[in-house]
Ligand binder design. Structure first.
Ligand code: ADP
Length: 199
């Protein structure tokens, strides 16, 4: 398997650093990041119809309906730059979405190569998110929305790991450490799967 065909998913609780690490890994492998949260936020900022549809949902920390989210991801993955690989951040987020993604990838003769799980304890997540709230002022980083999003992560998102775990493609990475250390842990895990650029 060469790097150009890496199809990856990065999963972790809110505040695990998956957005930051996703960008770093994507750059290293020359593949695009497909972040559903970023897509929604860009639409909210741009005042699009989609943005208007989802703004209250994001502020509450609820999930956008599966069908809508699935359509957006399929559209994005159908763009040319994702033909040779991609890193998904924030999708799939529940087992129904796993089913939708699997169906879509299978229709193209594709499958995920690896699932990177960034492991961070809940207390650490809350601490980091509280800091982010002060620095960035994201409208869903209120104490209530943070707790709600973490609950959804534990109840709905964590179970998707069982599906991919059965397939033997989950790499559990310790998400506590410096940014560079964590990037190195991830690239080492991907390298072990043969997923890396020749140095
Ligand atoms: P975080 O991981 O900090 O919650 P994200 O940027 O991944 O941040 O997501 C922000 C919000 O966007 C979520 O709380 C949810 O409202 C919406 N969202 C993102 N991805 C999905 C998804 N796969 N399904 C439904 N809603 C999503």
């Amino acid at each position: 398997m060469n790097a150009a065909s890496a199809r990856l998913l990065i999963v972790g609780p809110q505040g695990s650093g998956k957005g930051t690490q996703g960008v770093r890994i994507a750059e290293a492998l020359g593949i695009p990041v497909v972040s559903t949260g970023d897509i929604f936020r860009a639409n909210i900022k741009g005042g699009t119809e989609l943005g208007q549809q989802v703004t209250a949902i994001l502020d509450r920390g609820d999930l956008v309906p599966d069908e809508l989210t699935g359509d957006i991801v399929r559209d994005r993955l159908s763009q040319e730059d994702a033909a040779g690989g991609f890193i998904l951040d924030g999708y799939p987020r529940n087992t129904a979405q796993v089913g939708h993604l699997e169906e879509f990838l299978a229709s193209r003769g594709e499958a995920l190569d690896a699932v990177i799980l960034l492991d961070v304890p809940r207390e650490e997540s809350i601490e980091r998110l509280t800091l982010r709230a002060q620095e960035q002022g994201r409208s869903d980083d209120t104490e209530e929305a943070i707790a709600h999003r973490l609950d959804i992560y534990e109840k709905e998102t964590a179970p998707i790991l069982a599906v991919y775990g059965d397939r033997g493609i989950v790499d559990r990475i310790d998400g506590v450490g410096s940014l560079d250390e964590i990037t190195e842990r991830i690239t080492a895990a991907l390298r072990a799967r043969g997923l890396t650029l020749a140095a």
